[in-house]
Design a protein around this ligand. Structure first.
Ligand SMILES: Nc1ncnc2c1ncn2[C@@H]1O[C@H](COP(=O)(O)OP(=O)(O)OP(=O)(O)O)[C@@H](O)[C@H]1O
Ligand SMILES: [Mg+2]
Length: 314
């Protein structure tokens, strides 16, 4: 190593969007979105139904053309259709198309062949998404969740470096959902970039390095789930079994910002959970008290509720 060596050129980010817009008739589906996704990042796109997530992701994938703004995918433009980019990207769309008369294995082998990728990937990918047993079942008789797994497999079979998944866990049962988390984490640990949409906010919180929350075609928040939750300063909720404490007594504790009765519990909202818990412990005992700290879902509901003009309770 010498001091005067020029620094190696940094690889371009996985995605760079600048001022991207897309209108359908008089509907402004994407209304000026700029963001960057680094290589190796796990990036979540969140937002209510109709917010523009699928439109945005399909613009990144080169499946739809932006009306305005610029899009760079792995350093090049995805539009007009960029054949060199295709094998480097894996795409699972929200409404996936299948070769329905083929078996699961034949379908995946066909996809692999279209990408010119190693046929050995087919059995490996079927196992990865838990479809080995169904490999000889025709696609049109797979269950909804099994089809979803096949759609995910179709996005992964050729080992792409940039993976787009549009609500991959929507139809999956809880075990399959957790199994997919493991698959996605393993793909990330191999250095791949993942961009995905979901309505499961617990999942986004567990998986994503950063999330963008989209409302009406605009980014209203973009950061790591931790920082979004921290910045929101949402209160912690302490749930005390109702027999142990009345609402009136709970209100007398320092730091009890708001107290309500819900189901079998007295619910105390607080921004100083530690001292309040200590005081409660000394008075009624900690046994049976549950705490619920703020989550990404709280932040999401606050942001999307406000901006959608939903009534908020004080
Ligand atoms: N091909 C199209 N033609 C006309 N309008 C469209 C088209 N595709 C989407 N839209 C409209 O654009 C808006 C954004 O749709 P989009 O599918 O991107 O939302 P989304 O955030 O993915 O929603 P969801 O969570 O329901 O999947 C919606 O109002 C939708 O009706
Ligand atoms: Mg969508």
């Amino acid at each position: 190593m010498t001091d005067n060596e020029p620094p190696a050129p940094a690889a371009s980010p996985a995605l760079v969007l600048d001022g991207v817009r897309k209108r359908y008739g008089d509907k402004q589906a994407v209304d000026g979105i700029s963001l960057t996704v680094e290589r190796g990042e796990f990036f979540g796109v969140l937002g209510p139904n109709g917010a523009g997530k699928t439109t945005l992701v399909e613009i990144m994938e080169g499946l739809r053309r932006a009306d305005a703004g610029s899009v760079s995918v792995l350093g090049s433009s995805p539009w007009p259709r960029n054949l060199a980019l295709l094998p480097r990207m894996g795409v699972q769309t929200q409404t996936s198309a299948f070769f329905t008369r083929l078996t699961a294995r034949e379908h995946l082998a066909t996809v692999a062949a279209l990408y010119g990728s190693d046929p050995a990937g087919v059995a490996r990918t079927l196992a990865l998404v838990g479809l080995s047993e169904q490999r000889n079942v025709r696609v049109d008789v797979l269950s909804g969740g099994q089809r979803q797994r096949l759609a995910i497999a179709s996005a992964l079979v050729h080992g792409p470096e940039l993976i787009f998944l549009d609500e991959p866990t929507a139809a999956l049962d809880p075990q399959a959902r957790r199994a997919l988390w493991q698959v996605l984490r393993a793909l990330k640990s191999e250095g791949r970039t993942i961009v995905y949409t979901t309505h499961h906010l617990d999942e986004a919180e567990a998986l994503c390095d950063r999330v963008a929350i989209i409302v009406a075609g605009r980014v209203v928040a973009l950061d790591s789930p931790d920082r979004l939750v921290g910045a929101a300063q949402a209160p912690t909720r302490l749930l005390v079994p109702a027999g142990r404490l009345t609402v009136e007594r709970a209100r007398a504790f320092a730091g009890a910002d708001r107290v309500t009765a819900e189901g079998g519990s007295v619910v105390i909202e607080t921004r100083s959970a530690g001292p309040l818990l200590a005081a409660l412990g000394a008075d009624v005992g900690l046994d049976g008290i549950r705490t619920r700290t703020a989550t990404l879902e709280d932040v999401y509901l606050e942001l999307t509720g406000e901006l959608a003009g939903t009534e908020q309770h004080a």
